[in-house]
Design a protein around this ligand. Structure first.
Ligand code: MEV
Length: 429
């Protein structure tokens, strides 16, 4: 890929942007036709994806630009309805790029399957019995899904927990078997569920208990990706705000979110503003990623900031984000949804681990975009500029009229559809 830095991209028409994208990454005629189609997801395909289909629900697909991650260029497809998200991610990516780019890493891709057992006569004995059969159980799980073993993955470990052990517990005692599975490039829901379901009868035999749930855990805390950026203060100068003032403001904002769940939820929502659009565009299960991310933000006992912002010895702003990333590059909707296939082509990633790292880098960028705005002009200025365009469109503005009406709405400080309609009438007279 050529550079992900495409100056003035936002000023181009949609058609020109597609051409530029094509020049940068090379798309097929079919890809271009899908991107320009009014029904990119054919109704026949949609009808096979879920039940009771009556239509499809399109979202804008934008490109996060300027991303440099571990020295590699990334153009990042983002499917999202909220104005400012793509612009803000691209703006921060440019800034971080000037500071050398994001660095990222990921753990091995180990996902968790759970088996719940109740009604054991002696839970400690049952636990011991399962642990003694650990190797046989892992072998049986692998036999239930041999293709993942052929791909280098499969069951890697197993352990057992006893829940509600204390006499004060309101709930019944239960045994929970955790099967740890390397799902390679798949998110792995089918692999994991098949494996844990296959073990249930043997687990009942070993424990003399009754198995109820056999399901993956979306708390994928052994499948984690991390992103980091280090930004010198001079790159943070914003209008009349010095780089140091912005840097210190961002650290104060982090400390606020890290100490107060009321703020942390909004702060983290801003991070998911960057993460979800990439997860959606790449055909992944964003509810799984959301659920895992928020649980991870509570891992120290209270709900806290997902990111960490600090100042290093040289006075640079240092940002870090670590999250579970139960995503994949194969399986699920990825190969079914035509746009998701194009998104993967645009991203040019080679593995689920690489995609996970890109996603956390976008989350980190999105967080800095929000905090930088919040500690300087406030969020509304940029939002209103973009919102005014939506208002102009809602009032019937088209083509070049959209920007003209939007600018007028801002300068007259009246961003309302009624006002925009008046302006459209004047303009078209
Ligand atoms: C809006 O979608 C996201 C923000 O509220 C995030 C934040 O407050 O950090 C701006």
């Amino acid at each position: 890929m050529k550079s992900s830095r495409i100056p003035g991209f936002y000023k181009k028409t949609v058609e020109e942007r597609r051409e530029l994208l094509n020049e940068t990454i090379g798309l097929t005629e079919d890809d271009l036709a899908v991107l320009s189609s009014r029904q990119a997801l054919p109704i026949e395909t949609a009808d096979k994806m879920i039940e009771n289909v009556v239509g499809t629900f399109p979202l804008p697909l934008g490109l996060g630009l300027n991303f440099l991650i571990n020295g590699k260029e990334y153009i990042i497809p983002m499917a999202v309805e909220e104005p400012s998200v793509v612009a803000s991610a691209s703006h921060i990516a440019k800034l971080v790029r000037d500071a050398g780019g994001f660095t990222t890493e990921a753990t091995e891709r180990v996902m968790i399957g759970q088996i719940q057992v109740v009604g054991c006569a002696d839970y400690d004995v049952a636990k011991q019995a399962v642990l003694e059969m650990k190797n046989e159980l892992m072998e049986a799980a692998n036999q239930a899904y041999p293709s993942i073993v052929q791909r280098g993955g499969g069951a890697k470990d197993l352990d057992v927990r006893i829940l509600n052990d204390s006499p004060e517990s309101n709930y019944g005692k239960m045994l929970v078997v955790h099967l740890y599975i390397n799902t390679c490039d798949a998110m792995g829901a089918n692999i994991i569920n098949t494996m844990v379901e296959s073990l249930a009868p043997t687990i009942e035999e070993i424990t003399s208990g009754k198995v109820y749930l056999r399901i993956l855990s979306n708390y994928a805390d052994r499948c984690v990706a991390r992103a980091k950026c280090v930004i010198p203060p001079e790159l943070l100068v914003t209008g009349e705000y010095s780089g140091e003032a912005v840097r210190d403001g961002v650290v104060h904002a982090f400390e606020f979110a890290d100490s107060d769940p009321y703020r942390a939820v909004t702060h983290n929502k801003g991070i998911m503003n960057g993460i979800d659009p990439v997860v959606i565009a790449t055909g992944n299960d964003w509810r799984a990623v959301e659920a895992g991310a928020h649980a991870y933000a509570s891992r120290y006992g209270s709900y806290r900031s997902m990111t960490k912002w600090s100042v290093d010895k040289e006075g640079n702003l240092v940002g870090e984000l670590e999250l579970p990333m139960s995503i994949g590059t194969v399986g699920g909707a990825i190969r079914v949804h035509p746009i998701s296939q194009i998104a993967h082509k645009i991203l040019a990633i080679e593995s689920a681990s690489e995609l996970a790292q890109v996603i956390v880098a976008v989350g980190l960028a999105q967080n800095l975009g929000a905090l930088k705005a919040l500690v300087t002009d406030g969020i509304q200025k940029g939002h209103m500029a973009l919102h005014s365009r939506s208002v102009a469109i809602a009032a019937g503005a088209t083509g070049e009229m959209i920007d003209i009406i939007a600018e007028k709405l801002i300068s007259e400080k009246e961003i309302r559809v009624g006002k925009a309609k008046e302006l459209v009438e004047q303009y078209t007279k």
